[in-house]
Structure formats: C-alpha cells, structure tokens
Design a protein around this ligand. Structure first.
Ligand code: ZN
Ligand code: ZN
Ligand code: FE
Length: 760
C-alpha cells in the first residue's frame, strides 16, 4: 500500500448531465483505482488513489470524453493518499455558492445505445419514444430550475418504476442519474389525436402516425424543443398543402431523415458535413441537393441547397421508420409566430394546419427551435444557434460585469454574461408581435435564473423602435448602454475569436442604425470593444418607400440604375421592368428624385437584392434575403472576371462606389449574358473592392486581423473568396459558433457594453 498516491482532477466545461460521472466511474473500475467523483460548483471533481502507473493510465483515459461532454480544462494536482477501498460517485459538492454558473446542459440527440434498445424486440424499451440515458435525451428543454435534478424538470411528475430506479441508482448502468429516465411502465407516453381532438386508441401510435404521413397528411409532432409540422417531403401535394395552410410562400422547409445513409440519398455530402449532421447537437445543415433526390421541388423552391437534419429523438426515429420516407419538419407555428410547445396551445394554434397531432405527456418547459448551420471554407458556421447548443456558454477572453444584452429586432437572441462566460439564449425570432415578445421576456427571465446572473448592465441596439430596445429601456436596472449595430457585429466576431482588437471588421448585412442616424450595412470598421472608427462604407441606395423597397426589390433595382446611369438606364431592355406597371415605375422614380419617403441605406445586402432583381427579373422578395440568396446560388463557380468599381478616398468614411459595376452588369444582362456569369462577376467585384480598401487602410492604420460579420457572410462564396483575396497578408477570421447575422448580435452588445461601462 506504500506505493499508493493520490490525484485530484478538476474538470471544467459542459460535464454535468452528460453522463460524465458514470463514465469516470467505469474508467476508475477498469484501472483498479479507489476514490470518488462528484459534481462541484463549476464542473466535476475527481479524487483517485492507487498505484502511479494505474493513475497515469486513468488520467490518459480522461483525454477521451462522453460524446456530449465539452471539456474546457483539466487541472491535475497530487494529493495525499487516502485509505479508500472502492471508487464511488459521491453526492454533489456545495451548490448555490455565489458565482455558481454550471447549469443545465443542452438537449442531446439520441445515442446509438438507446437507438439499438428501441429497435430490440426483447428490450423493455422496445419502440419506446421517450427513451434516453446519461448520454442523450432532453435537458435544457425540460429544465424548470437549477440544479439540474429530476425534481426540477418536467419529469418530476413521473414516479420511477422499480426497474428504472435500479438503473438510476447503479453506477455501472448508463442510466445512472439520468434525470429524464423513463420507460413504458412509468414514463410519458405517445398519444395520437385526430383533427377533432379525439385520441386514437392504439398501442403504438407511431405506426398509424407514420401511415398518415405516407398518405399525405400533415402531422403536428411534439418534439424536444417544440412542435414540428411534418409531411411527406417527396409529395408535392403534401408540401403545397402545408405551405398554403402555414401561409408560407417560398421559404425553404427543413427535411428530416433517419440517418446518414438516407441523407446521402438526397444530398452530396463531404466529411465535414457528415460530421455536423451527426453531431450530438443535430442542427439543420444546408447541403447541396442531388438532382435526383426525389424531394418535392416545393420543399425549397429555386434553391440548389436543402436543409437536412437527422432524427434526434427516439420519436423521430420511430416515425421516420414507419413513414419510410424523408419528412418535412418545420417549426410548428404560423409564419412570424413563436414555435408552439404547449399541447393545448399547439392544438388551438395549429388547428387549421394539422390533420392530426402526435403528442406525448412530457411537458416542454423551454421552447428551443432547431439550430441551422452550414459549412463555409470547410468549417461549420451556425446561422441559428438554438437547440443542442443553448445554454452552453461561449468563453470570453477577459471577464465582463454581469450583464444582459437584448439583441436585435429580427432573428432575435439575447445574451447573459458574467466573468468569462457568455450565454446566448435560444432563437426567439422577429420581435414583431405580442406573442413573440412574451416568449422573449419569458426566455430572458428563465435563462437569468438558470445561469444565476443578476445583470448590472443592460445593453441594447441604438435603434429606438426595436422591441428589444424598448424592453431594455423598461428594465429596472439603472445602467443602460446603447451599442451601434455594426460595432456589435464586429465585437461578436472578436469575442468569438478571442481578439481584443483593434481589428478591421467587415460588417456586411441588410440594415442597422448607424451613429449618424442613417441605415448602415456595408461597413469596414476599425474597432476594439470600447470604440470603433467607420473607415469605409458602400455608396448608399435610395429605398423608395422605406421598408417597402426591401420586399419590392424592383424599387431597389430602379434606384441603383437611376443612380448609376444618371437617370437614364436602359429600362426597355430589361425584363424586370416589363413586369411592373409604368405608373408605379414613374411614381417610384419621382419619390427617389424628390427624396420623398426615401431613406438612404448602405447595406451590402441591398446590392444583392438590387442586382439580383435586375439579373433574375425578380420583382419581389417573399422572405428576408430571398432574392439575395438566389443571386448567390446562381453564381457560376468558374467565372473569375469582375466589373469595375471606384473608390472615393477624399471623404471620411471612404466611399466604395459600385456604380461602374452596376453599369457593366446591366449592359451584360442587356447583351444576354447568363445571370450565372453576371452574378459571379458581381460577387468578384464586391470581394475586390473590399480587399482593395483593406489593403489601402492597412497602409494608413497598420496591420490588424480581419473579421467577417453580418448576414452577408452566410454567403459561402463571398466569405471564401474574400478570405482567399486577403490571404496571406491578413489574419482572417470567419464566423463559426456565433451566427454572423443578427442572431449573434447580442454577444457583441455584451462585450461592447462592458467595455463602455468600464470607462464610465
Ligand atoms: Zn442514450
Ligand atoms: Zn420505468
Ligand atoms: Fe445586422
């Protein structure tokens, strides 16, 4: 016994509620060590005793982790040997001490073991739709309070049966302390309800539910973070019916498949896409659709991509295997409303959409939409960071005061931060109606409790009429700090990459209020957290009719053409204007000329809209970014020429003048050049002017890293080719886990507000 030594290992990161302690327990058993493992205020503490060689083996084994764990650090110290004879999972260390912010893990996709179990006819969880274990299952979405224990989840009402209890208490079982543990004998059950609200008396509702889907019906399916509306993704009739009833014209629907093999049948995948699709977070991944995929074209009209996601709950697996086809899985809501998550609410709100409801009686406490991402330059970029990621923290390079950042108006998420942890909340959506606002306020209050942050600073956008700004100003806390939209975008990117600045921030988006009261969105900033200088901007476009011009993109087209051709563009030669009544064109022109209800906007996104409208003959954008996206997708990958641009460096900020491009692109279109070529040259021009300006700015301001941010960097071609144009002279940082669009804005507001508060 003399050769025994002791080690204490502090593990930090997402290590609670992910099966970490039983996994450590098994590792200690294998190594023949004694000691204990327990949850502490900030993670997990392990104390082990035994022969040095066995300790080394154990510590080496800790390099691996259970799939859903995210270890940020391991701290190992030598401690005195103790006379322990076995290895135990000890009760949690002190909870509730100040600054305790470990909380609830994100929801985790069904693991392979549970999947095998629900397919095993001899297992007691055969076909059990709410199967889970320490490695998988709902977490955040069922949590009511901290700490994350069963009594504080929506599983509290279900008493464990003797079999489940045994598994729950056995450290050798993979359901040891699995808080949502359940089985058909004691847990929540599925229920299939028809359009009249009558429950169907069937033993295994997934079977008939699958048959309804196969017959073209629309099903409201209660999932992990809310309701989905599901239908047969291969049936045009079913998809059209869903579009009609959901009042959703052309916005793409996500498609769920059983597994990677089914995904490969629909889309061309590379390894990075496979990895993102099968990650425990299971986001919707935008991938290239195969020509012969068999998907109904109405799933994603005029879109070469498709948003795929793999089944992530046992219910999905059962349903997909019964339906035996890919399913549209779109948020259970009417357009613009928040996702439905409560049974009664869903049954009333979705009554005009769904033909039947597939329910279960495990309540959803925290609604959480599916996350969305894609690969750009070989790396995952999240467009929407929600289920699977929330409430995992984002590590900050330097500590911040306790604060709440209220986010943007569209695609809202908020953030809570304190110390080195920033927590982005779930996707809330556009704060345009009361229901969304209620959901927003509820989610803020909830996450505040979960992460134990009492904000001292409230950060918000400059825009006075954003609902998030109004909410911020109505909060009781005294310290309110407004943060300029694009400064926040750039700071979010800096925070994600651990940069303190200064950086050159390329912030290209649709719109955001500038410090001068005009709409910005084609900005190159020199920024740190506390301040920024607006070094360059795109020549602004007239928005005839204000926001109306963003939907009626032909108005933007007319504005850039009149500007570029000094009021005399070749209107008759452009197909676009044959679709618009002459009277409307004349009226629009007069508004622009007389500057009537015609604000100027610098947004890069507006150039995509305008040129897309001209090149594609698209008069309207039916959802935000539709024409810009089509213009992006149509671009010929092989075309490397570009158009001219001008730069006015005599004024501050410099003006990036795209009128030469507009003229040449228009003449190309008039001459019958393919939109694919024109779009590619348009992209190349935007890349060239940005790279040229950054090179000139570097001579004046020194060399600094470059961050890309703003919704335009969801455009892979734009991000990849601008990065290529700037390499290797600049260190370039692309968005990754923090969405480049307004969904990531709150993180930037948080770090900027903290820096500004420190100067007060
Ligand atoms: Zn599992
Ligand atoms: Zn049970
Ligand atoms: Fe923005």
């Amino acid at each position: 016994m003399n050769s025994r030594e002791g080690r204490r290992i502090l593990v930090r990161g997402v290590v609670q509620g992910v099966g970490f302690r039983p996994w450590v327990w098994r590792l200690a058993q294998q190594a023949g060590l004694a000691g204990r493992v327990f949850n502490d205020g900030q993670g997990v503490t392990i104390e082990v005793f035994g022969a040095p060689a066995a300790l080394d083996r154990f510590i080496a084994g800790l390099e691996q982790t259970p799939p859903a764990a995210r270890v940020h650090s391991r701290q190992i110290e030598t401690i005195a040997n103790q006379d322990a004879s076995e290895f135990i999972i000890a009760p949690s260390g002190p909870a509730g001490e100040p600054g305790r912010r470990v909380s609830i893990p994100p929801d985790i996709a069904t693991c392979a073991d549970c999947l095998a179990e629900i397919e095993d006819t001899h297992a007691r969880r055969f076909h059990y739709a709410l199967t889970n274990c320490t490695q998988c299952g709902p977490r955040f979405s069922i949590a009511r309070e901290i700490p994350y224990d069963r009594v504080h989840t929506t599983m509290a009402a279900f008493a464990m049966c003797a079999d489940c209890r045994r598994e729950y208490e056995d450290p050798g079982d993979r359901r040891f302390h699995a808080q949502p543990i359940a089985c058909p004998a004691c847990g929540p059950l599925l229920l299939l309800v028809d359009a009249d609200g009558a429950a169907l008396d069937v033993a295994d509702p997934a079977g008939p539910a699958g048959r309804l889907l196969a017959a073209g019906k629309i099903l409201a399916v209660k999932g992990i973070g809310g309701f989905h509306l599901a239908c047969d993704a291969t049936s045009s009739a079913a998809v059209c019916r869903l579009r009609e009833r959901k009042q959703r014209d052309e916005k793409p629907f996500a498609v769920m498949v059983r597994d990677l093999r089914a995904a490969e049948a629909l889309a061309v995948l590379d390894n990075a896409e496979r990895a993102l699709l099968t990650s425990v977070e299971r986001p919707i991944v935008l991938v290239k659709r195969k020509g012969d995929s068999g998907l109904a074209p109405e799933v994603a009209p005029e879109n070469p991509m498709v948003g795929l996601l793999l089944a992530y709950s046992p219910l999905h697996h059962l349903l997909l295997s019964q339906a035996d086809r890919p399913l549209v899985m779109t948020s259970g809501n009417l357009s613009e409303e928040p996702i439905a998550f409560d049974d009664a609410d869903a049954q009333s709100r979705l009554a005009k959409i769904a033909d039947a409801w597939l329910l279960h009686d495990r309540p959803i406490e925290n609604p959480c939409d599916d996350s969305v991402g894609r690969l750009i330059a070989g790396q995952p970029v999240l467009f929407r960071r929600s289920r699977g990621y929330v409430p995992r923290s984002i590590a900050l390079a330097s500590p911040v005061a306790p604060l709440l950042a209220c986010g943007a108006h569209l695609k809202n998420t908020f953030a809570l931060a304190q110390g080195r942890d920033a927590y982005l909340g779930p996707h809330i959506g556009d704060l345009d109606n009361l229901a969304t606002l209620v959901a927003y306020e509820r989610a803020v209050a909830r996450l505040q409790r979960f992460v134990g942050i009492e904000p001292e600073i409230i950060a918000h956008d400059l825009h006075p009429s954003y609902q998030s700004t109004r909410y911020a100003l109505a909060r009781p806390e005294a310290c309110k700090i407004a943060v300029q939209h694009h400064h926040a975008h750039v700071a979010a990117a800096m925070a994600e990459h651990g940069l303190a600045g200064p950086v050159f921030g390329v912030a290209y988006d649709g719109t955001g209020l500038g410090s001068d009261g005009t709409a910005w969105g084609g900005e190159i900033l020199l920024a740190d957290f506390a301040q920024f200088e607006r070094l360059a901007t795109l020549r602004p476009i007239s928005l005839a009719g204000g926001d109306l011009a963003i939907q009626q993109v032909w108005r933007l087209a007319l504005a850039v053409l009149d500007d570029a051709f000094a009021g005399d563009p070749p209107m008759d030669a452009l197909a676009l204007f044959k679709l618009i009544p002459a009277g409307e064109i004349a009226l629009c022109r007069r508004m622009i000329a007389e500057k009537l209800n015609t604000p100027l906007a610098h947004g890069a996104g507006r150039y995509f809209d305008a040129l897309g409208a001209i090149g594609l003959g698209a008069t309207h954008s039916h959802f935000e970014g539709q024409v810009a996206m089509r213009w992006n997708f149509v671009a010929d990958a092989g075309e490397d020429r570009r158009y001219d641009f001008a730069l006015d460096a005599t004024r501050r900020p410099w003006l990036m003048d795209l009128r030469p491009m507009v003229r040449q692109a228009t003449m190309d279109i008039v001459a019958g050049r393919a939109p694919a070529v024109v779009s590619a040259r348009f992209h190349n021009t935007l890349v060239a002017v940005t790279a040229e300006v950054l090179r000139l700015l570097r001579q004046e301001h020194g060399n600094h890293p470059v961050v890309f941010t703003g919704g335009c960097f969801q455009n892979a071609r734009m991000a990849e080719s601008l990065r290529a144009a700037l390499s290797p002279e600049f260190a370039v940082h692309l968005p990754g886990q923090v969405p480049p669009g307004d969904g990531g804005l709150a993180l930037g507001q948080a770090v900027v507000a903290d820096a500004l508060a420190k100067r007060l």
